[in-house]
Design a protein around this ligand. Structure first.
Ligand code: FES
Length: 504
């Protein structure tokens, strides 16, 4: 029997055992990667990036990839032979990472700045001209820590139980350094032009980047040792630029309420609003803010991975081959698949749409039971199973309960809310109608708006402000964290909200 080696495929984080010496083309084809020119090294459509291990560079690759790409680890999958354990990033599977192109108000300042949204899964950065507000370059990428766990709890586990926090820290610090260099290169400017770098991220990302022990975030009451503002010089981070620019990691409130969600309150002016606003960032960890100029309440709730397409039998990220939406025309379901390719799975927004459609057709009842059998076909070969529906119920039940409890603590009801913002990538793509149909958001559709990447926009605004003096700290002062897990009404409310609403 031939020796086996491990093949890890990013960003879906799939792990496979394959035979040493096998053709990469054959293995990847069986896992759904496409080879547009038939594997003849003529199209670059099968580009992969070697994250760990080695893949030799053949002559056809040298003619199709430039020197910088080869140096950065890019190869053509159709030309490789697997001779050792490999971690590969599949270019075709790359998710669209949400950047930001919102107009914003600023007071002109000299020099350039870099704003970074450091997410658990994705990274987005922009090089900004502080005199004109112009975005000069954008770089996005996958968080390299993702191979050590898709969600923050597995990242904490890897860091604390396996004593690998330093490893996670150096991975992210060197990835951001490379991204900043890529920004400089693409805008053709020198590091000396950059005055300031600002990073926003959740509490776990903050603590890992800053070297604060994340272990206390792994158990009740899930409070960090600190998630205050951290100021560095680039050289403190071993970022080797000719200009030793300032680097700031923005502060959060506590527990899992990091600067990423707090930025949402800032950019949406929640702390100045007479009227009540709700901001929801949907992900493995759902973060919710409810507030106005009196006060802001913040909570995070473990929604599970369903919204990100993980933990679902045919779930995947919103990448090529994913059913990303389902509409109903003349009583027939019309699924949309991302990319010009055969369906391979279903992502979070497609799952929400599909369940909404099956609820309307009566194939799923309001208690979540599939009426005939254990699965439903969305689009051959993509199905959703009874367990998938249960996962979605848990996710949407947790968010809906969080919103209700925060409203209750504010002495308000849904009808009192003026506007609901959905931030983050999933919030950007989810259908508001389907979110209402499954009971995730119980607000009139016209009150719900997508807010984009508010973490990146907030980091960009912070490039023009001194964080010690500005209004951001008033918002932080005004924001209180509410621990939902110990709230006496949580269980009863969750039980009531875990079912789907009856058809109206
Ligand atoms: S499949 Fe076209 S270059 Fe590899």
């Amino acid at each position: 029997m031939r020796e086996k080696v491990k093949l890890t495929l990013l960003p879906l984080n799939q792990c496979h055992e394959v035979e040493k010496g096998s053709q990469l083309h054959d293995e990847l084809f069986s896992f759904g990667v496409e080879f547009p020119c038939g594997g003849h090294a003529r199209c670059r459509g099968c580009r992969i990036r070697v994250r760990e291990g080695n893949l030799s560079i053949t002559a056809p690759q040298k003619s199709m990839l430039d020197d910088d790409e080869i140096k950065a680890g890019w190869r053509l999958a159709c030309q490789g032979v697997i001779s050792e354990d490999l971690t590969l990033e599949i270019d075709q599977w790359k998710t669209d990472i949400l950047s930001d192109n919102t107009d914003f108000q600023f007071s002109s300042m000299p020099g350039l700045g870099v704003a970074i949204d450091l997410g658990t899964t994705t990274l987005a950065s922009q090089l900004v001209n502080r005199e004109t507000g112009e975005v000069m370059a954008i770089e996005t990428d996958i968080n390299p820590q993702a191979k050590y766990g898709g969600d923050i709890m597995s990242r904490i586990d890897y860091a604390s139980r396996l004593k690998k926090q330093k490893n996670l820290q150096s991975l992210i610090r060197s990835k951001l350094y490379n991204m900043i260099q890529a920004l400089l290169k693409s805008a053709e400017i020198q590091p000396t032009d950059i005055q300031r770098i600002v990073i926003a991220g959740n509490t776990v990302m903050h603590n890992i980047f800053c070297g604060i022990d994340v272990e206390p975030l792994g158990f009740h009451p899930f409070e960090p040792i600190s998630n205050n503002l951290k100021n560095y010089k680039a050289s403190d981070l071993k970022w080797n630029f000719s200009n030793d620019m300032d680097v700031a990691f923005l502060p959060g409130v506590g527990s899992f309420i990091g600067s990423d969600i707090l930025m949402g309150a800032w950019v949406k002016n929640m702390a100045e609003s007479e009227k009540l606003k709700v901001l929801v960032d949907l992900g493995t960890n759902g973060e919710i803010l409810v507030g106005n100029k009196e006060k802001i309440l913040a909570a995070s709730t473990a929604a599970g991975p369903a919204f990100e397409g993980a933990g679902i039998s045919m779930g995947m990220r919103a990448a090529s081959g994913a059913v990303s939406s389902v509409s109903v025309r003349k009583g027939r379901m019309v699924p949309k698949v991302l990319g010009q390719t055969e369906p391979r799975g279903i992502c979070g927004s497609g799952l929400v749409d599909a369940v909404a459609a099956f609820l309307d057709s009566g194939q799923i009842s309001s208690n979540g039971r599939i009426q005939n059998g254990e699965s439903l076909s969305v689009l051959e070969p993509v199905i959703i199973t009874q367990k998938d529906v249960r996962e979605l119920q848990l996710a949407k039940g947790a968010i809906a309960t969080g919103i209700q409890l925060l409203l209750k603590e504010m002495g308000a009801r849904e009808i009192d809310v003026d506007e609901v913002y959905l931030s983050g990538a999933f919030g950007n793509y989810i259908s508001k109608q389907s979110a209402r149909r499954i009971g995730l958001l119980n607000f009139p559709q016209k009150k719900i708006t997508t807010a984009g990447n508010t973490a990146l926009l907030g980091a960009k605004l912070a490039l023009f402000n001194d964080m010690d003096e500005n209004h951001f700290y008033e918002i932080r002062e005004k924001t209180e964290h509410l621990d939902l897990s110990t709230h006496p009404d949580f269980t009863d409310l969750f039980t009531a909200l875990v079912n789907f609403p009856e058809k109206s």
